[in-house]
Design a binder for this molecule. Structure first.
Ligand SMILES: Nc1nc2c(ncn2[C@@H]2O[C@H](COP(=O)(O)OP(=O)(O)OP(=O)(O)O)[C@@H](O)[C@H]2O)c(=O)[nH]1
Ligand SMILES: [Mg+2]
Length: 334
């Protein structure tokens, strides 16, 4: 299932200033008029973006953060060139699109691991007086300063696509599940509609397999007709490839009724979704005993999974089932 989320951040980047060239003359014993030997400065450091495939969000960047690269050093006597400034490398996730905030020009679309984008070149170094020597001017007293590095305000935009979304009535335990299986920390509370906007989490399985799970706002009857937050949520399910229905134990509405209501809303919104893989999950199983569990399971589709994000019951199977489904779909796409 594909759900798009945009992670957005604006930052400022400064290339390092170029080092100054210097004026200097050879001084040797018994050589009264040494020639020029002032070296050039070093180039200022660049600010560079680099794609790190391990990253999945722009969460490492604070809005308005400022990044500067190191300045180049001044030249030395004996024609020594100053050391160049270190570049500043900013790691970003694949799929980041970079814009100049002022001109709105797109500077790059970074997708491949290791791909780089120079966003703020360092300043050009100044020249030492050696560079200004000519047959006529043998002892120039001239050197130039390094230029300032360039400055830019840039906007980073990442659009994430969820592989699967958690669908259910309010309070079913969707956000609790996402926080149990990923590093995402959506808000969790015992009142309905805690989740107003979809949250995304990266679930990392063995052998480098990972997928993105979306925690969606609760769905209620009438959602397909615009009641509550339903429509806003359903827009995100539209491109989903797997539907994960979360029904909660211990809620006023019976699990089978929750499943029926939510499924009806989803299908009323978009009948095509009938064709998708479905996983039905009974959550909060720690609130009920074995007997209740059996009774409830009889009312849910065959193969429904029983979990508790609080005790960890059934969570491995839950993830394995989703992973297997996603793997199949990814293989089919290739
Ligand atoms: N005992 C128990 N309580 C749970 C479990 N999962 C969630 N809860 C509680 O149920 C309440 C609702 O959980 P959420 O994860 O916020 O539910 P949600 O489905 O995201 O709700 P909305 O965002 O409002 O749609 C919270 O008080 C949770 O602490 C569970 O496995 N066991
Ligand atoms: Mg929630």
């Amino acid at each position: 299932m594909k759900t798009r989320f945009i992670d957005l951040v604006a930052i400022e980047v400064y290339g390092g200033k170029g080092g100054d060239g210097i004026v200097s003359f050879r001084r040797e014993a018994f050589v009264p008029k040494g020639g020029p030997n002032g070296g050039d400065g070093g180039a200022g450091g660049d600010v560079v973006l680099v794609v790190d495939p391990k990253l999945t969000t722009l969460a490492d960047f604070r809005n308005g953060a400022i990044f500067r690269a190191e300045k180049g050093r001044s030249g030395g006597s004996s024609n020594k060139t100053g050391r160049g400034g270190e570049k500043t490398v900013l790691r970003i996730p694949p799929g980041t699109v970079v814009f100049d905030s002022d001109s709105a020009e797109q500077l790059g679309d970074l997708t491949e691991a290791g791909q780089e984008l120079l966003v703020a070149p360092g300043g050009k170094p100044g020249k030492g007086n050696t560079s200004f020597a000519t047959p006529k001017v043998r002892a120039p007293r001239k050197a130039t300063k390094g230029e300032p590095g360039s400055y830019r305000k840039i906007r980073l935009e990442l659009s994430l696509i969820a592989d699967a979304g958690l669908i259910g009535v309010p309070n079913a335990g969707k956000s609790t599940i996402l926080s149990a299986v990923s590093a995402a920390r959506p808000r969790i509370a015992g009142y309905p509609f805690t989740t107003l906007n979809p949250a995304l989490g990266m679930v990392r399985m063995a052998r480098g397999f990972s997928f993105v799970l979306a925690d969606l706002p609760g769905l209620i009857e009438g959602a397909s007709e615009g009641v509550g937050l339903g429509l806003r949520f359903l827009r995100h399910v539209e491109r989903n490839r797997i539907l994960i229905f979360i029904v909660g134990a211990g809620l006023e509405m019976e699990p089978a009724e929750q499943y029926r209501t939510v499924r009806e809303e989803v299908m009323a919104y978009k009948p095509d979704l009938e064709e998708l893989d479905e996983i039905v999950v009974l959550s909060k199983a720690d609130l009920i005993d074995e007997e209740e569990k059996t009774t409830i399971l009889e009312t849910l589709p065959e193969g429904s999974i029983v979990i508790s994000a609080v005790t960890g019951l059934g969570m491995d199977e839950f993830l394995r089932r989703i992973a297997a489904s996603i793997r199949r779909l990814r293989d089919a796409e290739e």
